[in-house]
Design a protein around this ligand. Structure first.
Ligand code: PLP
Length: 418
């Protein structure tokens, strides 16, 4: 009996088996330019496990219908699956209520929604704080809001290692601060921002705090109630789900009083030509037919993550990043961009005298996918005084052997370019 319990416990324990994980991702077994693919562009988008691909197929083959519309069987099935997906995501990030989960097109869409809806509550002279390491999608919507409303955008600086200067950030806070919108992890530098401190300090001034989780949800366990952030956003496609779907988590008591972002079907309670009243959360922020298959497939990706030992994976990814960074440092003239002491999964670098694009092109010839350029962070590149970097961004299905392949390919490329 004791032995049986022991065996059952062993089976239930989540194990990190990288071979088995790689088997789940069909694209990892393809070739590029005659070489086995080495995919190091996970910061741009992640690959999808077969469970997610099957969920999409299955939806269109046997479940497809519109949600919240019909009494017929398929419409109810689709509605149930769509609402189950919302609950899966609620549980994954430990939101208190399922109606705090809004389906969007992605992080960009979510940030535009918040800039509009929160923007409706702001007045001339109110301030919004972001940081120097933000993605364009956490800069431009706020600039557009400032142009419309007379609010002011303040930018918290970073140090030369690519870490947020927390003191300087705190000194920007005042009674005028209404919104603080910061990235959890920089997509260009890999820096993990001290969001707990940021949230606590901002709340002391009554500011609403938005966390851009586009680069953190796939690398660490998120608990929005423990964090106490007001909003947390991410994109499905960076967390092993499909494109065209994303999440805005928002505290119910804040969301309930915000003006809806878009008008249309499903977001209304009653419509007449004189006056329209709005639906309850979450529907008031989901105008029109949503990406139903996307929501279901995203929840399948989250269920997939739920089968993995996330603590172990977080450690593994950090070790892999440190290994890649150390190996790169051994190569002459390589300069790492972003040396935060608390970072993960991203290594950006440049090689003196050689354009990142040329290196990216030669790596591609050897089957290796990296990103080159400004990574949608042009202001950050300007601060570093460089046009762009070569960025390796890792996922749990990457291996040390792949890093070795990259290092050798990079050495070969540099010999050709010099
Ligand atoms: C990718 C990314 C975004 C934008 O996400 P989309 O999926 O393109 O909408 C925003 N912020 C960060 C930090 C990102 O990495």
């Amino acid at each position: 009996m004791g032995f049986l319990i022991f065996v059952a416990a062993m089976i239930a324990k989540k194990t990190f088996n990288i071979e088995a994980i790689r088997e789940d991702f069909p694209i990892l077994h393809t070739s590029v330019n005659g070489r086995p693919l080495v995919y190091f562009d996970n910061g741009a988008t992640s690959q999808k496990p077969k469970q997610v691909i099957e969920a999409i197929d299955n939806y269109y083959e046997s479940e497809n219908s519109n949600v919240h519309r019909g009494v017929h069987h398929l419409s109810q099935l689709a509605t149930n699956k769509y609402e189950d997906a919302r609950r899966t995501i609620q549980q994954y990030i430990n939101a208190e209520h399922s109606e705090e989960i809004i389906f969007t097109k992605g992080t960009t869409d979510g940030l535009n929604m918040l800039a509009f809806s929160i923007g409706q509550t702001l007045e001339v002279g109110d301030e919004i704080i972001i940081t120097e390491m933000e993605h364009h999608s956490n800069i431009v919507p706020w600039q557009m809001l400032c142009e419309r409303s007379g609010c002011k955008l303040r930018v918290a600086p970073i140090n030369s290692k690519g870490e947020l200067k927390l003191d300087a950030f705190c000194s920007l806070l005042s009674d005028r601060t209404k919104v603080v919108s910061v990235t959890h992890i920089s997509n260009t530098l890999g820096t993990i921002n001290p969001i707990e401190e940021i949230i606590e300090a901002s709340h002391r001034y009554g500011a609403v705090v938005i966390i851009d989780g586009a680069q953190s949800i796939q690398h660490m366990k998120i608990d929005v109630q423990t964090l106490d952030c007001d909003f947390y956003l991410f994109s499905g496609h960076k967390v092993f789900g499909p494109t065209g779907i994303g999440i805005v988590y928002g505290k119910k008591k804040i969301m309930e009083v915000l003006t809806p972002y878009q008008g249309g079907g499903d977001m209304i309670e009653t419509v007449s030509f004189e006056k329209t009243t709005y639906n309850v959360l979450p529907y008031r922020f989901e105008a029109g037919t949503p990406n139903i298959a996307g929501a279901i497939a995203l929840s399948r990706a989250i269920e997939y993550l739920n089968t993995l030992p996330l603590d172990e994976i977080e450690k593994y990814e950090k070790e892999l990043q440190e290994y890649a960074q150390n190996e790169l440092c051994k190569i002459d003239d390589v300069r790492i961009i972003g040396k935060a002491s608390n970072k993960t999964s991203v290594v950006s670098f440049i090689v003196d005298g050689i354009h990142p694009f040329d290196i990216g092109t030669l790596l591609d010839k050897q089957g290796i996918a990296v990103r080159t350029g400004h990574h949608c962070t042009q202001p950050l590149m300007k601060i570093y005084g460089i046009p762009g970097t070569i960025r390796i961004s890792l996922a749990f299905y990457n291996t040390k052997e792949e890093v070795d392949i990259l290092i050798n390919a990079l050495k070969r490329s540099l010999q050709m370019l010099r």
